[in-house]
Design a protein around this ligand. Structure first.
Ligand SMILES: [Cu+2]
Length: 213
């Protein structure tokens, strides 16, 4: 048994050394899982891919089955203190009439940290530069961000320790149901933002992907 575990240690040591030698990239990938299915189209799918390579953070979000022809807010959510965020339990597990609104997500996923629009490192949450779905309810969002600039901005705005800025502890939310969706008064939103715009419709829990799989 002892020999077996030291072989594993040696193997993983070798792997991590060779990975470091080949590149410094960190890859994250996660499927988008539908939320609030009673208010969205069936068949919502998608994927989030993030790569950190040197100073560059590249982000790609592919989503399909959203409310068509509208802007969808999307962000990385997480905790200021670096606690591991998870997606709020999918409303699938709760009674059909129960809606998970933005504020319900906080106890599981923390707060809105990084907006995924045309300038994520600005950390500007209220903009009109988030992706817009096409007629079929799909979009592909791609952005490349200076990782250092983003980390510095986060440390400043959220008073975070640079070490706690860990993408693997964050989740991605996509928001927004059609404007004519009838939502109960009880659905909460951000001040001044209509509830249909912030209602979470999909979530992805980022995980580090092993290299060269
Ligand atoms: Cu969000």
């Amino acid at each position: 048994m002892r020999r077996y575990s030291s072989a594993i240690v040696m193997a993983s040591l070798f792997l991590s050394l060779s990975n470091t030698a080949l590149s410094q990239s960190l890859d994250y990938r996660a499927p988008l899982q539908p939320m609030n299915p009673q208010l969205t189209e069936p068949g919502l799918t998608g994927e989030v891919q993030i790569r950190v390579l040197g100073d560059e953070l590249s982000i790609r979000v592919e989503a399909d089955g959203l409310a068509p022809e509208m802007m969808h807010l999307q962000h990385l959510h997480g905790s200021r203190d670096g606690m591991d965020a998870e997606c709020a339990p999918m409303a699938l597990k709760t009674p059909q009439d129960e809606i998970t609104d933005l504020l319900d997500t906080r106890q599981y996923s923390g707060i809105t940290l990084i907006p995924l629009h045309d300038d994520p490192a600005s950390l500007e949450i209220k903009t009109d530069t988030y992706p817009v779905s096409n007629r079929a309810g799909a979009y592909v969002y791609e952005a490349t961000v200076n990782w250092e600039r983003l980390q510095r901005a986060m440390a400043e705005k959220y008073d975070m320790d640079l070490e706690t800025v860990d993408l693997g502890r964050m989740v991605v939310y996509v928001h927004g149901v059609a404007t004519d969706t009838k939502l109960p008064e009880s659905v909460r939103s951000l001040p001044g933002v209509p509830a249909h715009a912030t209602l979470p419709v999909a979530c992805a829990e980022l995980d580090i992907q092993p290299l060269h799989k």
